[in-house]
Structure formats: C-alpha cells, structure tokens
Ligand binder design. Sequence first.
Ligand SMILES: [Zn+2]
Length: 349
Amino acid sequence: MTRRIEVIIPSNHALHRPFDQHPERPERIDMILRGLSRRGFETIIKRPTNRPKEVLYTAHDPEYVALIERLSRSRRYIDSDTYVTEHSFQVAIEAVSGSIDAAENIASGSRLEITLPRPPGHHAGRSGSALGAPTQGFCLFNNAALAALRLINMGFEPVAIVDIDIHHGNGTQEIFWEDPRVIHIDLHDSNIYPGTGWYIDIGSGEAMGTKINIPLIAGSRDPEYIYSWLELVEPAIGFFKPRALIISAGFDAHEGEMMGYVKLSSDLYGWLGSRIRYLLEKTPSISGVLVVLEGGYGPGLYEGFPEFINGLLGGDVRNLEAMANRARREHIDMVGSIKRLINKYYKIY
Ligand SMILES: [Zn+2]
C-alpha cells in the first residue's frame, strides 16, 4: 500500500552547492526522496512561502545576517567547513521560511510537519559559531530555533526541541541558554565536533534545568540510545508538557555514516519515530510534531530517514525497549548523574 507524506523542500536548495567534495550537497535531498520511494511512500513536495530577511532577527543578530548576505556574493568558505555560494543567502532564507511555515501549520492544527531545509541549522548561534565552536558546521541560520520562536510568538509555550543529530546542537543551545520557554534535549557523540554539550550544562538563570544534554560515549549503539530515550527524554517531555515538539532530525549517527563513534541501526530510527508518535498521542499538551532536517549524508538519509518516517506514521517497527537492559554501565551511571542534576530544579525523575 502506498502511503502519502507531505514534506517541505526549498525550491532553490540545489543552488547551495559545494564546489568541492563537501558532504553537505543537494544530492542529500535526492537520497531522502529515493529512500522514501523505496520504502513505499509517495512524497508530496510543498514549497516554502517567500519571506523577507527580517524573519531571521528573532534568533540572529542583524549584523550577522548582513555579514552572511555580504559573504554570499561569491563562492567561498566562511570558515574551514562552511561554504556559501552567490545563492546561499536566499536559499538559507527559503530554508528558514519552510520551518516557519511548518510552525504556522502546527499552530493551525496540523499534527505533523516535515521540513527538509538546506543548509542545516543547529550549529548556527545568534552571530555564527556558538559556544566557542571552531566553525559553523555547514550551518548558516538556525531553522529549528526560528520555528520554535515562531511557535512561541503565536502563544505556544513551552516548546521542546529534541536534537537527535550525532553532533551537539550548540547553536540551538546558545540561542535558548537563558530562555525557559524552550526545553532543549540533545543526544550527541561526546567525542566529536563541536565539543560542547556536557551533561553539566543545563541552562542558566530562569532556564536552569530546561536544557538536558546527553553526551554519548564512544562506541554507544542502540542500547545506550534507547536507555537514554526511555529514562531521560520521555519523562522530561511528560513533565514539561510542551505545546509543540520540534525534532532536530539529523541522521548522521546511523551506522552507515562516517561522522563519529555513535552507531545506530535503521531499526533504531524506526523505533524512535514510533516513540515520537507515542509522545504525540499520549501528551495532550502537544499540538503537533515538527521534524526539521539537520545532518545525515549517506545511508542515514537513504535508509534511516524512511524508517524514521515509517515509525512516525504508525507503521510496523521492531520493539526494541528490552535492548535498554544492555546499555553499558558507564552510560547508565552518567544518566543517573543527569537525573540528579536536573532534579535539583525540576522533580522529573
Ligand atoms: Zn550532524
């Protein structure tokens, strides 16, 4: 049986194209579309609304926006791993616009929105690279953060952002560090770029305890991920009762990808999708789920993404809960430390 899904894809994203062997390429979107088709999905593509650059100012400094506009007059690297072309500024605004459209659709009653922005966004802080990171990690503007801020502006708060990309969402964390209206939960490989997201980082001021970092140790696989999800993520969502759930959806922790030392199976992504669906169904406060693409450069997109969507739409997935029993002791101990730390501010665990 063919199942239909609607996804938002910027019409001109292919104009943001590297001039060398860079992994953040237009073909990433083709991999997703081919993977969805192979998995039996019919994909309906929607295009973002045109929006002015001023929409960026809720998350980014106008000086930074002007800098990217200026740098995007020619093809160049703006740091050692982030490129722009003469089209990138407009393409990045269109990417953001897709995320804002998705946020507005959730506010109007949509239960699920999927947007595939390029370039990705979660490393982009207010003025570029965030929290001391050496580069912007392929990102120009923070698509997920701008979606969250649009939802908040429409009265939907708090919003939860759960980041499953293998890299820490340092830009998102920086933007919301002192903002209790955004619950930011981030699972990431502790050994790789950007080197941020320690478990002791829980926000500051009024936002203390609304940021939960889950740094996975090298060699973590499905058991550690499942354990973290069941022990930390789901109880926090149940406690904070967000009005909307944004998934910063990177697929570069897939075992076929080359970005780090956390390796997740395709089945795990299916299971994650099903758990997010379960959260939506059992948490009455959540109006809708907004999936925003972050990283993923090969099999994560072609194999992991379609499994994730299958789980999200209620398709059959493998029941993996029992695997949590095989999580390594070192990881279980760290999860215990995170619980004790967060419990000083909110009695969640
Ligand atoms: Zn990533």
